[in-house]
Design a protein around this ligand. Structure first.
Ligand code: GLA
Length: 363
């Protein structure tokens, strides 16, 4: 196995880590100033750094088996490197000047399935920068710099959920986040429940998908309704004044914000699960970001007697589904559902709990 030592010789000065995330509720609400409820997953990205004398950054990715050299004036062309480059540039602009360094990236966060591998890379990079420079940078600023890096340098007009989750969430409690004010609170999972994430096997590309189009539709709807953002719409019936598909887009955002707040205050796993099921229906019918593979996988999960609720997670158009389940039944649910899914002609896999590190079932 490769390592910083094997590639660069000697030890790194700093090693920083950050997790991926799975969003339990609150999908496509973050760029509408709304509420989200993500939780960190066990899989992490680690970034090791050491100053060099080369006058440029040398970035090595273990997963991609690729080495890239760049300076802040000459952006790399390799897509994965633009995340690291973007973080260094945005940190620099904020007064955190990182010296030329050797950078080594390792990760077991699954890529391209909606578990925020890019946010994990950004936050781990910025944590490494914080340690290397000794600058006082708080976790919220790290998330903000990471989001800027993604928007300006990787070309994805994302909200701030993923970076805030990677920077501030834990694996045992979800992060209830108001994306307008960045006020936040940790919400423990309902007693007697655990998170299961299954990959639909259908790849999605965020920038190439309808993500930016949905975002533009929301902006257009807010403009027509005379509000700063759809967060400011409280009465769902005002959407009826809009043409389709804007009416349904607004209905999703308003109802999804309500579901997040209800889930954060809910009494138990059944109620939480019902809100997840309603979220999927809204994402499928009103927001139209589901596809047949996700609908099938979610339907199989929802029909399982040990599952409280399930939905697509992340931007949609492919990727993963999240379910709230009875903890003891996780292996049985995963195996049974994936078998039935394969009988429908699709091929999925379990992502959380991580099969690589941890197959155990936690209460
Ligand atoms: C992606 C974006 C997030 C958020 C979700 C949808 O993960 O990066 O900011 O918009 O999609 O909820």
């Amino acid at each position: 196995m490769s390592s910083f030592e094997a590639v660069f010789g000697g030890s790194p000065e700093v090693v920083a880590r950050a997790p991926g995330r799975v969003n339990l509720l609150g999908e496509h609400t973050d760029y509408n100033d709304g509420y989200v409820l993500p939780i960190a997953i066990e899989q992490q990205t680690s970034v090791s750094m050491r100053r060099n004398n080369e006058g440029r950054y040398v970035l090595r990715s273990e997963m991609l088996d690729c080495t890239v050299r760049f300076t802040l004036d000459s952006p790399p062309t390799e897509h994965f490197a633009t995340y690291v480059y973007g973080c260094l540039v945005e940190a620099h602009a904020a007064g955190i000047k990182t010296p030329a360094s050797d950078i080594y990236v390792q990760s077991d966060v699954p890529i391209g399935v909606g578990l925020s591998s890019s946010a994990a890379l950004e936050v781990a990079t910025l944590r490494a920068v914080r340690s290397l420079t000794g600058e006082l940078v708080d976790d919220v600023l790290i998330a903000q710099l990471a989001q800027r890096a993604e928007i300006k340098h990787a070309g994805v007009r994302c909200g701030i959920m993923d970076q805030m989750a990677s920077s501030l969430a834990g694996t045992q409690s979800a992060l209830l986040l108001d994306t307008r004010t960045l006020e936040r609170r940790l919400i423990p999972l309902p007693p007697g429940s655990a998170v299961l994430v299954l990959d639909s096997g259908l790849a999605r590309t965020l920038a190439g998908s309808g993500y930016n189009q949905r975002r533009a539709e929301c902006e257009e709807a807010a403009r027509r309704l005379g509000v700063i953002s759809l967060r400011d719409v409280n009465d769902i019936s005002v959407a009826d004044t809009l043409p389709e598909p804007l009416r349904r887009r607004v209905r999703h955002i308003v109802s999804e914000n309500e579901r997040v707040l209800l889930a954060a205050a809910c009494s138990g796993a059944e109620e939480f699960g019902a809100l997840m099921n309603a979220s999927h229906a809204s994402l499928r019918d009103d927001y139209e970001v589901s596809v047949s593979e996700l609908d099938r996988l979610v339907a199989l999960l929802q029909a399982h007697s040990h599952v409280y609720g399930a939905r697509l997670t992340g931007a949609g158009f492919g990727g993963a589904c999240v379910a709230l389940c009875e903890p003891q039944a996780l292996p049985e649910i995963s195996e049974g559902v994936l078998l039935d899914y394969s009988r429908s002609g699709f091929s999925g896999r379990m992502l959380v709990p991580s099969s690589a590190r941890d197959r155990s079932v936690r209460p």
